[in-house]
Design a protein around this ligand. Structure first.
Ligand code: SPD
Length: 427
């Protein structure tokens, strides 16, 4: 008879493959498979990826648990396997050692709950056993993997199926297409959610239609960024638009979205489109003055390749590239998530376009942290905005195109700001 209730092995896996150590889906799969190899009955698993890197997770088994914490930057995983009954924890150890490609490792084994030191209570557990039998279903295993977009203090998490359709480290960023349960496939750049199949229309309708209805006659449009294709899809719905130039720095984003998000990347073959895989910041710098009616900056957050999209020089170049009367719209971050970037961008636009020429439109994106997001405008020359007087025209466009977010009333309402946002951008 065993002298302990459980057996606990604490394992150091060292010099593992760092990519595996940062791959939450692979680690979850390996941990669950390790449990199954050791003939454990898996009840549940919860795994989490941390930004910028690292994975933690637990597999609950009927025989206790397997847990892991990884440090990809050290190629290190701290694993513990707790078993009771006949289960052999060393089978799980061997399996994980191979899966993680650990070049070195060590482990200590502890017997847990020495029966010589414990006093057994004499109580009737038959009713508890019956209850346990009611809910324990060895055939049922719940998967629980989360993708988290966060800063130090706030996060938005989406539960994802573990399906990874695309994962590529481009020269600029890590480009991934993952599958979330609630919002379908999503594009993530460097651990930030960019867009998802089920809520992309919020963003793409709101970056394009307000400006295109505010402008009296938009013909020549420049899109900087927007590699998923959602923004050009919306712009090209406007029959009066004659030419769209799109400049996206990362060809991998375009390729990934064409293949895996075809409903978003739906307009890359449009003959009105000139697509350039190039640096949008340099493009704006070299653009001929007075060229565009509307410029849409569909960039990611102000880290990595998009950092320069938040600079004074970039927006000055955009101002110059606009015609005498023109509209700039920029992805404006969130007044609840990135207050600093939000305010600084608005001040930059006020400085360049004029203090009453930099309106802000707020809209709701459920898959971005806090949900509250913005587009920030620069109105050049005689552009009258942001409020429109085109109700009938807009409503007929909305119904002809089956729009799901933008409408005539929402256009005007999106420019009404809560007091705290007005305060935030006051100079
Ligand atoms: N935190 C997300 C910021 C928005 C980035 N752009 C989204 C691209 C959609 N076309």
């Amino acid at each position: 008879m065993s002298t302990a209730l459980g057996n606990h092995i604490l394992v150091e896996f060292m010099n593992c493959d760092p990519h595996i150590m940062n791959d939450v889906a692979a680690i979850e799969r390996d941990m669950v498979d390790a449990a199954k190899k050791a003939e454990a009955t898996v009840i549940n698993s919860t795994f989490h990826h941390f930004s910028p890197y690292g994975v933690s997770g637990v597999v609950v088994i009927q025989e206790s648990h397997l847990a892991i914490h990884t440090w990809p930057e050290y190629g290190y995983a701290a694993v513990d396997v707790f078993t009771c009954g006949e289960m052999n924890a060393w089978i799980a150890f061997d399996y994980l050692k191979e899966s993680f490609q650990a070049k070195s490792y060590s482990a200590i084994e502890m017997k847990r709950g020495s029966v010589n030191l414990l006093t057994r209570n004499d109580f009737d557990i038959s009713s508890m056993r019956q209850k346990a039998n009611e809910w324990v279903n060895p055939g049922f295993y719940t998967r629980n993997v989360w993708f988290t977009d966060k800063d130090e203090n706030q996060a938005l998490s989406l539960r994802f199926t573990g399906e990874v359709f695309y994962d590529h480290q481009s020269p600029f960023q890590r480009v991934r297409i993952l599958e979330s349960y609630k919002y379908g496939k999503m594009l993530a750049l460097d651990d930030m959610v960019m867009t998802t199949e089920n809520d992309e229309f919020h963003y793409h309708e709101m970056i394009s239609h307000p400006a295109l209805f505010m402008h009296p006659n938009p013909k020549n449009v420049l899109v900087i960024g927007g590699g998923d294709g959602g923004t050009i899809r919306e712009v090209l719905r406007h029959p009066g638009v004659e030419k769209v130039t799109m400049v996206e720095i990362d060809g991998a984003v375009i390729e990934a979205c064409k293949e895996h998000l075809p409903n978003i990347a739906a307009s890359f073959d449009d003959p009105k489109l000139t697509l350039l895989v190039d640096d949008g910041i340099a493009f704006a710098q070299n653009a001929a003055p007075g060229t565009y009616d509307v410029i849409l900056v569909d960039g990611s957050d102000p880290v990595g390749p998009a950092e320069g999209l938040f600079s004074v020089s970039f927006y000055t170049n955009c101002y110059n590239a606009l015609k005498e009367d023109g509209i700039l719209v920029a992805q404006g971050e969130s007044p609840k998530f990135n207050e600093k970037a939000f305010r600084e961008l608005n001040h930059t636009l006020q400085d360049i376009f004029g203090s009453d020429k930099a309106p802000v439109s707020l809209f709701f994106v459920p898959t971005y942290p806090t949900g509250m997001w913005s587009f920030q405008y620069g109105l050049k020359g005689n552009i009258q905005g942001p409020i429109h007087q085109k109700e009938a025209e807009i409503e007929s466009f909305v119904s002809a195109n089956g729009l799901r977010y933008y409408n005539s009333a929402l256009h005007n309402a999106s420019f009404a700001l809560p007091n705290f946002v007005k305060e935030l951008i006051k100079k």
